[in-house]
Design a protein around this ligand. Structure first.
Ligand code: SR1
Ligand code: MG
Length: 413
């Protein structure tokens, strides 16, 4: 679609004419700046909608990298599940056109992409709490801890079709950063650190263990690409967008990716500071929100474990009904410990791929001075290495924040 063809096409849909009025008065602009899709804002005197359309190729690379349109189908299906599992957490979906690979949804006119806000140094009250809730609710309620297993297996089969998007993650996150892959790109001054990381066999083993977990541990429906570019924020709330990478995978994946992007925002802050040291307080806020995010995830997961454990796993018939409630709590702690360990590993490799691979993040790329950028990126690379390799020895979020200050903070060597 183009801004010229979209209006006449959508104007034929009753639900949209009701919402926006006469198509003759609509204006359409394309605003997408992501790696894969077209995004249009359609406005009329009555209101607005967002229209996301999948392209048959990777926008970032071009037609040489074809990508199936059916990712739009997975995105739509994930959005409606996220809404059911955590109401109000995603944009409302108004219309889905599978043939055109189009999702029409709520226009969040008061919201901005969280990554932009974090670069600008803006605080959002309740952000870590809301994102922790989202992760716990969607991950718990999409799993065999909660769902009837026939429904979960049907969903598992449905999302197993999202092969090409999983393939992107499997290559770009877990493999490409650790060798001289053709699509890699990085700041030239990083060459010595890159050589160090590529010679680090413990790190390569860790990345492959994590890849195996991602590809084989189908615990729950993941968002699949939960970084700070997949969250929109206003002063009042946060919404999670873009779940086209949705697939069944390990619970720690979404949580780890999200925390990673907050920690990278922390490391990159000096590159966006108005003057040296000006973002120190903001960095403290970022780390405090990470702590809240993990604590909320853990608390909400605990609450759901105690009140909504209706799936086939760890059934009450084996525990509470046998007066073994304490054992159910013991099992919960085991599960949370496994999620934590996985999350730290995913957090670490996400740092590497966002600096060394194809898909970078604006926090680093927007730092104009190559030497300054490389210095900050090197800190994030080293932090990522420790998180991925030593994830079994890091016991709590306090230690993660401490490591982030020590390795990723100003003054680190
Ligand atoms: C080729 S797509 C590269 C990246 O963009 C998406 O947002 C995902 O993060 C993917 O890994
Ligand atoms: Mg995206």
């Amino acid at each position: 679609m183009t801004p010229q063809t979209l209006g006449p096409r959508l104007g034929r849909i009753d639900a949209l004419r009701t919402r926006l009025g006469d198509p003759a008065h609509w204006t359409v602009k394309e605003v997408g700046d992501g790696n894969l899709n077209l995004v249009f804002i359609v406005q009329s005197p009555q209101g607005g909608v967002v229209v996301k359309q999948a392209l048959p190729y990777v926008r970032l690379v071009g037609e040489s990298w074809p990508l199936p349109l059916r990712r739009s189908f997975f995105e739509y299906n994930a959005l409606i599940r996220h809404e059911a599992r955590d109401p109000g957490s995603v944009p409302e979906v108004y219309h889905f056109d599978e043939t055109q690979a189009i999702v029409v949804m709520e226009y969040l006119s008061d919201h901005v992409i969280l990554r932009q806000s974090l670069m600008a140094g803006k605080q959002h009250a309740g952000l870590g709490r809301r994102l922790g809730e989202f992760c716990a609710r969607t991950l718990f309620r999409g799993s065999d801890l909660s769902m009837q297993t026939a429904r979960r297996k049907a969903d598992l089969a449905l999302f197993a079709g999202n092969v090409e998007l999983c393939d992107i993650t499997e290559a770009l996150v877990f493999t490409d950063p650790y060798f001289d892959a053709p699509l890699n790109r990085f700041t030239p001054q990083l060459a010595p650190v890159v050589a160090e990381l590529r010679a680090d066999t413990d790190l390569k083993i860790a990345a492959q263990h994590l890849k195996m977990a991602f590809a084989n541990n189908a615990e729950t429906l993941l968002h699949g690409d939960l970084h700070t570019g997949s969250v929109m924020v206003s002063d009042a709330e946060a919404r999670v967008i873009d779940p086209e990478f949705a697939t069944y995978g390990p619970m720690g994946f979404d949580v780890g990716m999200l925390i990673s992007n907050f920690l990278m925002a922390y490391v990159a802050q000096p590159g966006h500071a108005e003057k040296p040291g000006a973002r120190a307080g903001y960095q403290d806020w970022l780390l405090a929100e990470v702590a809240v995010l993990w604590q909320t995830f853990s608390d909400e997961f605990t609450q759901l474990w105690r009140t909504e454990r209706t799936g086939m796993l760890y059934p009450a018939t084996l525990f509470e009904d046998q007066a073994h409630g304490a054992a159910a709590e013991q099992a919960r702690l085991d599960r949370l410990a496994a999620i934590w360990r996985d999350a730290l590993g995913f957090c670490g490799v996400e740092m590497h791929r966002r600096i060394l691979g194809l898909a970078h993040i604006a926090e680093f790329d927007k730092i104009g001075d190559d030497a300054a950028r490389a210095g900050l990126e090197a800190r994030a690379l080293r932090l990522g290495r420790v998180l991925a390799v030593a994830r079994g020895q890091i016991n709590d979020i306090r230690q993660v924040l401490d490591l982030t200050r020590a390795i990723g903070g100003e003054g680190s060597k």
